[in-house]
Ligand binder design. Structure first.
Ligand code: KIV
Ligand code: ZN
Length: 393
């Protein structure tokens, strides 16, 4: 359970345009980034990470365009803990209504030793210098100790303390390689918040990758541990197996509000439109069985389920499709379907069959369904017409 049972505000930090975009098949043009940024604004995200300003001229221009046009969310750019990155991020964000610079530096020994070739002391110095420099440009600075979950806890606390003392306002502790499990990730937030002086003055944030399929569960555990910002992406796109899926975190908070008494500013009926918008601008759609927004998320094929849902959707649906912006649920006719669903679909197609005719239609339908993966409306129309001609309907 959450530490404090009183409702309070959770910030949604969307990184579809940065961590999401840097994964295979997901790069976007400036025009596509802008279209996606509008969908994210309509959805009501609090912070929108528009890119990594120093990474390319195109990314710089993309962030600049988003910063000029998108007014509601706070716009941020990622920056390494380096002067040139921070200056580039600040320049890209110049026209934003509200901006943030997001600085990261690895904290785990494996990253310090093999990637950065830097001692712990040097890393702490660089964090302090970079955060102080960023604060000369903006009053909102996020710092992420990259690979937090594989960092020795005393050193993680030290790095977080240095960042807070230098002026960081948000501390994000990423599970960069998707290594953590929920108990451990939640506990890390509790420990750091308890141990680090000044921790009560900043917002803690989760950022989870999905290498073990635990990104959403870990994000929820972080909320339990006191995080009040979650970093996530639409459709869960992102490096390797992706980032925590925004729509899944949102749905869990809404459906299980009894477990997570936090408020947020999302308009849940914009979740599906945002997912669809993303699918238009990258090279793949979410998998059909993707929670909340996949094409099967509100589809029912099994006869027992269809009968239940036709009687009362709550039997097999824990949220209404409309609540997350999906136009309708779907009764898919296949070999597992029953008479109720067939009658209901035939009724929608304008056929009202008496009981014996429905029995005959159902027999013909199951024979056909055994041979086909999906039954379309035209199949049913043909089936009724055929049997009418042969007078067995
Ligand atoms: O996964 C990660 O550690 C990141 C940081 C840059 C926040 O994306
Ligand atoms: Zn990441």
């Amino acid at each position: 359970m959450i530490l404090d049972a009183t409702p309070d505000r959770l910030l949604f930090f969307d990184t579809t345009l940065r961590d999401g975009e840097q994964s295979p098949g997901c790069s976007m043009t400036q025009h596509e980034k802008l279209a996606m940024a509008h969908a994210l604004e309509d959805l009501g995200v609090d912070i929108l990470e528009a890119g990594f300003a120093i990474s390319s001229e195109g990314d710089f221009a993309g962030i600049q365009a988003v910063a000029k046009e998108i007014r509601q969310p706070r716009i941020t750019s990622l920056a390494r803990a380096k002067r040139e990155d921070i200056e580039r991020a600040a320049a890209a964000l110049e026209h934003a209504e509200r901006s943030r610079i997001h600085i990261f530096l690895a904290s785990s020994d494996i990253h310090l030793q093999y990637k950065l070739k830097m001692s712990r002391e040097e890393a702490l110095e660089q964090v302090a210098k970079s955060v102080r420099l960023a604060r000369t440009y903006v009053d909102d600075v996020e710092f992420s100790p990259e690979d937090s979950t594989r960092t020795e806890i005393d050193f993680l606390c030290k790095m977080v303390q240095v960042a807070i003392e230098a002026g960081a306002t948000t501390i994000n502790m990423p599970d960069t390689v998707g290594y953590s499990v929920p108990n451990e990730y939640g506990a890390m937030f509790r420990t750091v918040r308890e141990r680090v002086p000044g921790a009560d003055k900043v917002i803690f944030s989760s950022h989870c990758h999905n290498d073990l399929g635990l990104a959403v569960a870990n994000s929820l555990a972080a909320i339990d541990g006191g995080a009040r910002q979650v970093e996530c992406t639409i459709n869960g796109i992102g490096e390797r197996a992706g980032n925590a899926a925004l729509e899944e975190i949102a749905a869990a908070l809404i459906v299980r509000a009894d477990q997570y008494p936090v408020e947020h500013g999302l308009k849940a009926d914009q979740l599906f439109p945002a997912s669809q918008q993303l699918a238009k601008v990258i090279s793949f759609a979410p998998s059909p069985n993707k929670a909340v927004v996949g094409s099967n998320a509100f589809a029912h094929e099994a006869g027992i389920h269809q009968h239940g849902v036709l009687s009362n959707p709550l039997t097999y649906e824990i949220m209404t499709p409309a609540s997350v912006g999906v136009p309708t649920n779907r009764m898919v006719l296949g070999k597992h379907s029953g008479r109720h669903a067939l009658r209901s679909r035939l009724h929608d197609l304008g056929y009202q069959l008496a009981a014996p005719d429905l029995d005959a239609a159902y027999r013909a339908f199951t024979e056909l369904a055994d041979k086909k993966k999906a039954i379309y409306d035209q199949d049913l129309i043909n089936l009724v017409a055929h049997h009418k001609r042969h007078e067995d309907l």
